[in-house]
Design a protein around this ligand. Sequence first.
Ligand SMILES: Cc1cc2nc3c(=O)[nH]c(=O)nc-3n(C[C@H](O)[C@H](O)[C@H](O)COP(=O)(O)OP(=O)(O)OC[C@H]3O[C@@H](n4cnc5c(N)ncnc54)[C@H](O)[C@@H]3O)c2cc1C
Length: 232
Amino acid sequence: MNRHFMKVLENKTADPYCVLRVERPPAFDFLAGQFVMIRRKEDPLCDRRAFSIASSPLETGHLEFFIKKVDAGAVSPRLYTAQQGDVLELSGPFGKFVLSDVSAGDEKGVCLIGAGSGLAPLLSMLRTLVLQKYPGRIHLIHSTRKARDLLYRQELERYAATLPLVSYTQYVSREVVSGCLQGRIDLQQIEIKHPDAVLAYVCGPPALVDDIVAALKKRGLSEDAIKTERYD
Ligand SMILES: Cc1cc2nc3c(=O)[nH]c(=O)nc-3n(C[C@H](O)[C@H](O)[C@H](O)COP(=O)(O)OP(=O)(O)OC[C@H]3O[C@@H](n4cnc5c(N)ncnc54)[C@H](O)[C@@H]3O)c2cc1C
């Protein structure tokens, strides 16, 4: 197994989420959507957990993670409080929830749908597609609970404002937030004009992913066109 000991570069927190930037190990390759196992090196009580990489493989110098602090959790609170210079043990990459079906010359539309920290692997995919100048349509749909959870809103709005093929829909379930839709993801809002020409990537809590998959199938997407990652 590939194990790497890497320093934390930056940790931006907005309770209960944090955006953690870590040095990228030398010659560390991964595919957009994959995850690594992380633990804090200097903390013997810290177990390992899976965290999706939110940065793109095309970005050099750092790996980024979007982590939700689970209050009674064994690992996420320890990552939430990680400081610049702390050392993390990373192993991997792992996972088959990857963007491998989309290549530069492929003009299929891509729909990325996630809830909470389920945004992390989708962000890696979106950033990769943007950097690759992917020529098809990309629709990112994200749901979260509160305004304070919208750590990536500016970046996502910038893509949607500057790139004509990118659209971004944000749902917030527990507050009314200007510019966001209120409530849970409404699948009728997903633009699927030609189901054969759309790939969907769905990530979030298992029950939500199941509901979204069922709705996408009803709207004509085949099983093969829907990729999922389930975690709370
Ligand atoms: C492939 C994969 C990728 C993942 N990527 C990410 C990621 O990018 N970002 C991220 O934040 N997490 C991600 N996770 C989840 C992560 O691995 C941990 O499960 C999560 O951080 C909780 O770990 P913990 O040790 O803090 O809590 P634990 O000690 O494992 O759990 C403590 C208690 O909290 C409950 N619990 C666990 N998670 C949640 C939750 N989210 N909300 C409420 N209760 C919970 C558990 O059921 C348990 O009762 C991923 C999981 C997988 C399998």
